[in-house]
Design a protein around this ligand. Sequence first.
Ligand code: GRF
Length: 223
Amino acid sequence: MAEHGPLRVVVLVSGTGSNLRKLVAKSNDADARFRVVAVVSDRADAGGLAFAEEQHIPTTVVRPKAHASREAWDAALANAVANHGPDLVVLAGFMRILGAAMITRFASRIINVHPSLLPRFPGHDGPAQAVRAGVGESGCTVHVVDAGVDTGPILAQATVPVAKGDDAASLHARIQQVEYVLFPFVVSAIAHGALTLGIKPEWHAVPPNAPPSLIVPNPASSS
Ligand code: GRF
């Protein structure tokens, strides 16, 4: 982590980038201690890239098809991300599983937001799984990325009710509303040192402006 200056955050996106927008907005707060220094995507048509360009944030596209193998793509992605000297790598709707090059190079420094209360409903269709299971409550999880699919240490969660008649899309839309608060909150907590990553993530204090339904593992007893 940088000793001086704001935390350098590289965001990876595959889609519309609505979470990216919220992260950039938060980074513009007067007391923010992080900066989105680059946006990297696996798709040239990702909406998040267009937004980054509008914001004059440097962008890079690393397309799997431009590489001979998944490993070669993963290594190229790791190089592209490393070029921006990140303290933290944030997956905001990045739809590919990272390989060994990414995971080892940025061990304990990659975080993701997932639209379910992990460990329940990992994988690409968390909201649909929750609807199918008939649960009364769902939400989102911010976790450290490891070599598994949505298996890394949980940093924070926020809950939403599942409404009668919800389908995957309506539930996902409700979950996204809390993602927009939780994800910037967690990045900001890391930037302020309230949450440290490493071998065992640890909350030292829970800052204000948390979503009302925040759940954090082992919160510090005092702030
Ligand atoms: C989010 O809902 C997140 O939970 C999931 O992908 C979605 C990305 O949406 N990992 P957006 O691109 O930020 O709009």
